[in-house]
Design a protein around this ligand. Sequence first.
Ligand SMILES: [Zn+2]
Length: 312
Amino acid sequence: MTDLRTHAAEIAEQFSDHLDVSTDEVEERLERLVSEYRVPVEEARRSVVNSYLDEAGIDRDELGGGGAGGNEQTLLNDIDQDEQWVDVRAKVVDLWEPRSDSISQVGLLGDESGRMKFVAFTTSELPELEEGKSYALGNVVTDEYQGNFSVKLNRTTSITELDEEIEVGDDSTDVEGALVDIQSGSGLIKRCPEEDCTRVLQNGRCSEHGNVEGEFDLRIKAVLDDGDEVHEVIFNREMTEELTGIELDEAKQMAMDALDTTIVEEEMRGDLVGYYYRVTGPTFGRYVLANEVERLSDPTDAEELLVKARSM
Ligand SMILES: [Zn+2]
């Protein structure tokens, strides 16, 4: 088969459940774009697929990838585009409790390059992945949300358990420096209680769900200056409690006594800014997610450091 013919056959196969479209017909459309209009093959393919998606009235998500193994084998850390069909070989590092009936499994996959969230949907009726086992996953779709990537398993995803165990790379980093600032949205915060939504509320409002009765949580978004560059570090509730010695109940009490939740952030700022810390944890987007922290030494002149950090 020619290159175009192969593409055409894959596209026809992708749409076989949705449209009555033959390989010949697809090939003809590709041929016209490539020969007459000098469109690169990949672009022609995308354009033809899009027009069939319109015709079928379906989303790309509902479409097969044209047969497992037909995609590029990708390392998790190399995923940097939305809506790409890829094949990965990965170990199931962690399984989480799905927060919605529409999700059958959610958790973390890992390979030599790092870790990435995955989601499988109930409607896909896939066999369950087991924690600790390694799989070849064909035809998964990449997804991007606020700069963070994940992969979605779908009904065309092929799942093959591997005999070998995939080594999971350690993608955690080490940052050592002065804590020069605590960003707003730190301290005692409220999160949206809706399923699958943990957005931090602004004035009692979730950007997705509007006014909701929030759930209290603790977190710190801190800026660490290592003398060379600044790093944004997120401490979750557990790490915030460890770092500040202030537990959630205590923080709630402080806020109630003062009739003001921002008092918690102010208190934490006073306790932390100007001290040197070593933080270890994975990077997530532009943040380091602290899962170990150690205070290193005496405080320095925070004002001076802050000026320096902001001038970079
Ligand atoms: Zn929400």
